[in-house]
Design a protein around this ligand. Structure first.
Ligand SMILES: [Zn+2]
Length: 75
């Protein structure tokens, strides 16, 4: 089995044959943070869906909290 240790920045590997799929054939926003992508493999014809989660404002503020918290740990 051939596995890439460097996943593509954008794209998916077919879950059936492993062929690289550059872009989803169809995308739908479930809400402001969830994107549903539909992939169709040109190699084997398999279709599958993935869900992408966008970073939220809360995640950004959490990162800022961690940054502010770390210096006190190092003392
Ligand atoms: Zn495939």
């Amino acid at each position: 089995m051939i596995q890439s240790n460097r996943p593509p920045i954008f794209g998916m590997n077919c879950t059936q044959c492993g062929d690289l799929l550059i872009a989803p054939v169809w995308s739908e926003y479930e809400d402001e943070r969830h994107i549903l992508n539909l992939w169709s493999c040109t190699n084997c014809g398999y279709q599958f869906e993935t869900e992408a989660l966008l970073p939220s404002a809360k995640a950004v503020s959490d990162a800022a909290t961690i940054k502010a918290f770390f210096p006190s740990l190092l003392v």
